[in-house]
Ligand binder design. Structure first.
Ligand code: ADP
Length: 349
């Protein structure tokens, strides 16, 4: 498909370039031919006038002007000049055709590359998402079919099935919400509206949202916040912090501690989220920001819910805010995620 589009685009480039080049060549050819004809005529008239007015010749030998029969200039010379001019223009146009064809093909490839990449990424996204949605849907369908075929199904079993199915539907909703959030932050259609925000206020709002989750596991949430101002979009930053805090709680044992700290470093502010949980294997760290990637630790996959969408969403939010993320983690020791965001420049305060 893209090869076809590339060839078509090359043909359009070539058509436009050749149209311009041929028009110029025609104009040059007509102009020079006319000029040559005019010069020949002027030259002929000058020579005729000289011969007519010459004092050296007796009057009977003087020619009449104008005198069309008199051939003073070789006409072949002019037609040969015109032929040569035409040949040069044909050669020039031929070279332009070959050169612009090659360059046009290269340029068309470069022009279409970002579109091709986006198209491939979109296809991958659709196939990954369909795959992730298909598994729970198939499980849901088969459990319902099995129960439907069960002749001894009573009201109690049916209610149990329905409540289990609702649980599965909730998970699916969580997954589709995650997918929507990911597309929203992946390539924002319009530039998000940034405003000056108090970082400690954002962290406090995110903390409030995850407090019930921490309470379930009796995890204490410690914060050590200095107040910094950053330029950003409030709700996406809260979403990003919830993702890191939610993970820190999810992957920590009961009765442990999760801390959030803010620190200034030159023109950036660091948000440090630290847990004492299961940690991430060194080999997994480069992949945890990939869509649908879940570290292959049996504990994390089996006992903790999730679809591997949180960190890719967080990464996109941080990228929109021109920030970076640093991960430091050791198996069974815990993980530290450090988000570096630019501080508000003095000129914008
Ligand atoms: P999930 O929904 O699986 O948590 P994420 O994208 O948020 O998806 O995280 C990807 C993977 O990174 C997780 O499956 C987990 O293996 C690992 N991970 C993320 N945060 C932590 C953490 N604080 N401690 C241990 N592992 C983590």
């Amino acid at each position: 498909m893209f090869q076809n589009a590339r060839l078509k685009l090359t043909a359009w480039y070539l058509f436009i370039i050749m149209l311009v080049s041929l028009s110029f060549s025609m104009a040059i050819y007509t102009m020079i031919s006319n000029e040559v004809d005019r010069l020949a005529l002027v030259q002929k008239l000058r020579i005729e006038r000289r011969l007519h007015e010459s004092d050296f010749l007796p009057p009977e030998l003087r020619i009449q002007i104008p005198n069309p029969s008199l051939q003073l200039i070789d006409p072949d010379l002019f037609s040969e000049t015109k032929h040569r001019l035409a040949l040069v223009l044909i050669l020039v146009n031929g070279s332009i055709f070959i050169l612009s064809g090659g360059l046009g093909y290269l340029l068309a490839g470069r022009t279409l590359k970002p579109i091709q990449d986006m198209h491939e990424e979109q296809n991958r996204f659709i196939s990954d998402s369909s795959h992730e949605l298909r598994t729970p849907l198939t499980a849901l369908k088969s459990s319902m079919e099995v129960s439907l075929r069960d002749k001894n199904l009573n009201l109690k079993d049916a209610k149990k099935l329905i409540s289990e199915s609702i649980g599965e539907v909730d998970k699916l909703k969580y997954l589709t919400d995650g997918l929507l959030q990911l597309t929203r932050y992946q390539k924002p259609v319009s530039r998000p509206k940034f405003e000056i925000l108090s970082l400690s206020q954002i962290i406090t709002e995110a903390r409030i949202k995850v407090t019930p989750l921490a309470a379930q596991k009796n995890i204490s949430l410690k914060t050590e916040l200095a107040d910094f101002e950053i330029l950003g979009e409030k709700y996406s930053l809260i979403d990003m912090l919830i993702i890191f805090l939610d993970n820190a709680i999810k992957y920590s044992p009961d009765n442990s501690e999760v801390s959030v700290e803010t620190r200034k470093s030159e023109n950036t502010v660091k948000i440090i989220i630290k847990d004492r949980g299961i940690g991430i294997d060194e080999g997994d760290i480069p992949h945890i920001f990939d869509r649908f990637y879940r570290a292959d630790s049996a504990r994390s996959k089996a006992s903790v819910g999730g679809y591997g969408l949180g960190l890719p969403i967080a990464k996109n939010i941080v990228a929109i805010h021109h920030g970076t993320i640093i991960v430091d983690s050791k198996i069974n020791k815990g993980s530290t995620f450090t988000v570096c965001l630019p501080l508000v420049p003095k000129s914008k305060k």
